[in-house]
Design a protein around this ligand. Structure first.
Ligand code: NIG
Ligand code: FE
Length: 388
């Protein structure tokens, strides 16, 4: 049976259609276009309609918060200081290790539900708080379990090279990741992609190359935390290695901008972590003008971005990075789906894609960034079915 709604403004993930109809059958979009071109009945809805948001960079599953580190950063400590003092990623790893599987899932389920009420219908889950071969495999299994229990479509990324495990040397950990962890995770079907945090407090370009080779030999796409705290040439390396994305980019060089502009590697911008760290914004307009594809995500994690709302990330991207509302919405839906390799199934409202969409409480999608702090959604639909 075909169901259909008529809306004053439909954003398809690519363009805005005024006076539009969205129709679906069996959970998949069967029509998305001008009302004049639709034959059949459509129920009028008062709000604009946009694709469900695809949060293509999160650090779920994690366990516990680090609000005191946020306060410490407000009184003069830097993210690097907190990291060096045993806080940061290592602290989240200790909290995860101390929690049972059930405790972790009980912590994460309501967060995923809250993401759904903010319109996130697909998301990335990542490891990176395990920091031993066994603990990373455990976190990846927890991610797969979480994915099976929540409503949204999820992918899992292995970010074993997030921090050097306490008591270990960096080269030894990279060797374990490449020689043991990636093969084990691939054999168990636990990962859809592999990520590396390239930074002076984390991993080098040589480490990235080693991980890229190990991931590539298992057919796993590469992603890179690139140039977040300082410039390292990680964006250029990500492009050279054929990574799906280079993420953060607050300190990307002019050469990195040019390279991303000429490469299929997607620039994933994470404005909520920029906001929370009071960091320099990345050169978003220069990236767009160079020809780079831009995606937006929350970077949801207990350290740099305890923000799970895509509308909030979109609002910050517009005000701080000066994205135009439709650029930001495209980055948060269609392009974000490409980052996760889900674009064949979702991310845009066009025939054959999943009917994952959001009905707004205003007619104009530009109201999403215009009212930060306000949840701009009336209802959220997965496969056409109302879920929030
Ligand atoms: O993307 N910078 C590296 N990783 C995260 C932060 C992780 C944490 O502090 O727990 C990020 O910002
Ligand atoms: Fe991140």
């Amino acid at each position: 049976m075909t169901e259909a709604i008529a809306t004053p403004q439909l954003f398809t993930g690519d363009r805005v259609v005024e006076n539009a109809v969205l129709a679906w059958e069996g959970g998949l979009v069967s029509y998305a276009g001008p009302a004049a071109g639709f034959r059949g009945d459509a129920e009028p809805v008062p709000g604009g309609v946009v694709p469900g948001f695809v949060d293509c960079h999160t650090h779920l599953p994690f366990f516990g918060w680090r609000a005191d580190e946020f306060e410490a950063r407000l009184t003069g400590r830097s993210y690097r200081d907190v990291h060096g003092e045993g806080g940061g990623i290592a602290r989240s790893a200790r909290m995860l290790a101390a929690a049972s599987d059930d405790e972790v899932l009980e912590f994460c389920r309501p967060l995923a539900a809250e993401m759904l009420t903010h319109g996130t219908t697909a998301l990335e889950l990542k490891t990176g708080y395990g920091l031993s071969v066994e603990a990373e495999l455990r976190q990846a299994r927890l991610a797969r379990r979480l994915a099976s229990e929540i409503e949204q479509t999820c992918t899992v990324t292995l970010l074993a090279c997030h921090a050097v495990p306490e008591g270990m040397e960096r080269p030894d950990w990279v060797e374990a990741v490449c020689g043991e962890l990636i093969p084990a995770a691939a054999a168990e079907g636990l990962a859809d992609a592999v990520d590396v945090y390239v930074e002076d407090i984390a991993f080098t370009i040589d480490d990235l190359e080693a991980v890229a080779a190990a991931a590539g030999s298992r057919g796993l796409p590469l992603r890179v935390h690139a140039d977040q705290l300082g410039p390292s040439g990680a964006a250029e390396a990500a492009c050279r290695l054929g990574a799906h994305s280079a993420d953060h980019l607050n300190h990307v060089s002019a050469e990195g901008v040019r390279t991303l502009g000429a490469s299929p590697t997607i620039a994933v911008l994470l404005p909520a972590s920029t906001f929370m760290l009071r960091a320099d914004p990345p050169p978003a307009r220069a990236l767009i003008e160079a020809g780079a594809s831009i995606a937006l995500a929350t970077d949801f994690n207990p350290g740099t971005s305890p923000v799970l709302s895509m509308p909030e990330a979109i609002a910050i991207a517009c005000s701080l990075y000066r994205l135009e509302p439709i650029e930001a919405l495209r980055a948060a839906t269609a392009t974000a789906a490409r980052v996760l390799g889900l674009d064949g199934r979702l991310g845009t409202l066009e025939s054959g894609k999943r009917a994952d969409f959001v009905i707004l409480d205003s007619t104009d999608p530009a109201f999403i960034p215009y009212r930060p702090g306000h949840n701009p959604l009336r209802t959220v639909h997965l496969n056409g079915r109302q879920v929030a």
